[in-house]
Design a protein around this ligand. Sequence first.
Ligand code: GEK
Length: 243
Amino acid sequence: MSDQQDRIYSTTHQQVARFSFDETVVRVFPDMIRRSVPGYATIIDMIGVLAARYAQPDTCLYDLGCSLGAATTAMAALTEEQGNRLVAVDNSPAMIDQARTLLTEAGLSHRVELLEGDVASLAFDPCSMAVLNFTLQFIAPDARDALIQRLADATVPGGILVLSEKIRFADEAENALQTELHHAFKRNNGYSDLEISQKRTALENVLIPETLADHEARLRRAGYRHIHVWFRCFNFMSLLAVR
Ligand code: GEK
């Protein structure tokens, strides 16, 4: 059900509606994210590697904004069956429905607690790993500090947050170049100029990127002791923040 090609913006929309994670998006989501986010498959694989390195027994591992559970699946593959509580959360009912089907098919339903809810108002149990893989960018900017603070407070010493985001650059010319390179990546993956431009309109004020400096400052304020950029390609990056 979620293996179709993304053609959502391939024809002219008279009025481009605000982007939402509904059934239409769920049906094409794996194709959409792979063709839109440079390095997505690598990032998912490395989240598994990071889980193997940082998961601590008797703590939670959170996948926040889990979509179809790709990061959850990578974490489950490389951590012990009994050692952790894997909790995957998304506020899109359509995503959660399809994630449940896929996790069941993968034989992982017994390992994963799947929750439909807003990560901005979730109460966190002690965790050694939390993943926000391209999710924080969709959360209202004024709710981001509090979410990161509550996550930091719930993270045990030596635990981590993996924060992947599309970023913007304070320097206009740098921002324009990285945006252009991202669009070239999308074009190379078969998206037309019309698709790229309508998707961009749909995401305006829905996906709100911040600078790397904004993210680093927030993580530091929250109490993360070490912050590493472990992946970057054009205007997409992933941070490893250690508590
Ligand atoms: C992956 N991490 O495949 N609470 C819970 N979920 C939310 C919220 C919120 N407040 N806001 C947005 N979402 C995934 C990819 S996609 C990124 C993450 C993208 C959810 C939203 O429903 C969607 O499923 C996900 O965050 C963002 O590794 O599509 O660019």
